[in-house]
Design a protein around this ligand. Sequence first.
Ligand code: TRP
Length: 463
Amino acid sequence: MTKREQWSSKTGFILAAAGSAVGLGNIWKFPYIAGENGGAAFLFIYLICILAIGLPILNVEILLGRETQKNPVGAFKAIHGDNSNWKYVGALGVFASFTILSFYSIVGGWSVAYTIEALKGTFASFPNPEVAGEFFNLKNSNPYWVLGYHTIFFLSIIGIILSGVKGGLEKASKFLMPVLLLILFALVVNGLMLPDSDKGMEFLFSPDWSKINPSTFLLALGHAFFTLSLGMGAMMTYGSYLSDNDDIVNASYMVAFLDTVIAILAGVAIFTVVFSSGYDPTAGPGLVFHVLPPLLAQLPGGYIFAFLFFLLLTIAAVTSGISILEVSVSYLVDELKFSRKKATMIMGALVYLAAIPCALSFNLLSDATIPIQGKAFTFFDVADFLASNILLPLGGFFIAIFAGYVWSIDSTVKALLKGNSESLYFGNSILNSSTSKTIFGLLIKYLSPVLIFLVFLYQFGWI
Ligand code: TRP
């Protein structure tokens, strides 16, 4: 048997995992949901969800991968036996990887398309976001346009995955993540120098508590899962390429920290521009594709900033997209002993096909909707809803139960600390090992499952 591939270093892993975490969720989704839900008030709730639920589950996911050196299905089988029903939690993850990538890749395609439009200078001719919105809708009404860019985005992901863990996933992240950070800094500095940028900062950092209600928690929790790539075994799969002596606790901090900082910086880059032009920050999903292009293009140096912004979005989407597909690919490689090439081709083709209805949601299939929570959902909306509101929290719920009750907190913590961390929090200087273990146990055994469960009840109107 060929030896399982591994990351070349812990930094390689951190960059790849951060690459997975930092994605459209940070740059496209986070700013608009924060904008619609009370700015800093949302940020506050979101940070709690990241710290109290996201981080412990991130630890557990990476750990399950590292301990078993397997894909999500194989990981549960390795710990709980081949016939255990827990393997279906892994299978849920493989299914979620289809669902997520099928809409993610459409937005990834838009990002590629807009990077090219920025290069062509298209945005300079938009007088305002309304015209930009019409352009967006017009382009999307052409199925070939959507499908074409979806295909380009998809092929780039396949290309990276085909090159393997070190040569593909790690190499791409090592190169792209620093580029992403540089671009983001340039955009933030540019934004902060604009007139009225303080209004944008105030919007993001001063809380509007009146916007907070139970559904804000649902949104914040769902987004915490999405943004940290949790609940479907993506971090498990990345963790499975780690070796026993890699420090998971530290790596998780780094990943969650980078992810959160980058989301906030993206918010700064976007809202400073939006406010300095006097626009509505609550523009919803269209914020990035309708509102920003004309606003960016009208700034001094706008041509370059518009290009940089969409390049940033594309990079973020690519490094996340690869982690989503890698779950399914590693499943075929481990469980059915396929070669990486064969697995990538087969899963790639299947996911590509699954995405087609999402691509057609904006044109040929725009009338094919089903009602969910009183709204008409297209295939695209259904895929997003199913993944973010159902599959990921469900996966997270079972992962917490597994670590807390089946595998037990003792074994989980013991395994977590194997990579030489002394304490789960703050390296023993503030909390000693046993207190940190108690806190971790409370979070994983009680808080996470209970909150996730409540969110479920709430979203189906049962409470
Ligand atoms: N975290 C990514 C983002 O914020 C998306 C993502 C990548 C993801 N891999 C995932 C989401 C696995 C859920 C599960 O855009």
